[in-house]
Design a protein around this ligand. Structure first.
Ligand code: SF4
Ligand code: SF4
Length: 103
């Protein structure tokens, strides 16, 4: 059993605004998106897996996704790809669960 919540892997529900912002900074710093074939130069902020960042405004075409090589992906046991176009980790997890919320 993973130590992370199945939906809220970044544990945002339990964090303060300041903690959320701090973790966002951490994710953006470690993010590998800028070296990914799908990435469109200049798009920011990266770290699309992180729920508060949102999908890209510029990326329209999915090519390869290098998220599985990213330290954030490994650290938080993420399990989706193409967060830039398909939405964040928790958003994709909710879709898989059929839209059922969590408590
Ligand atoms: S998992 Fe993907 S989107 Fe998330 S920080 Fe890493 S490279 Fe960026
Ligand atoms: S989320 Fe995945 S596909 Fe999108 S830019 Fe980042 S590494 Fe590439």
């Amino acid at each position: 059993m993973s130590k992370y919540d199945r939906i809220d892997k970044f544990n945002l529900e339990k964090m303060s605004d300041a903690e959320t912002a701090k973790k966002q900074e951490y994710v953006e710093k470690k993010c590998k998106c800028s070296g990914c074939p799908t990435y469109v130069k200049g798009d920011a902020p990266v770290g699309y897996c992180y729920p508060v960042i949102g999908t890209s405004k510029k990326i329209q075409w999915e090519k390869e996704c290098v998220c599985s090589t990213c330290p954030v992906y490994k650290e938080y046991e993420l399990d989706f790809t193409h967060y830039c176009t398909r939405c964040s980790q928790s958003c994709q997890a909710m879709k898989v669960e059929g839209g059922a919320g969590h408590d």
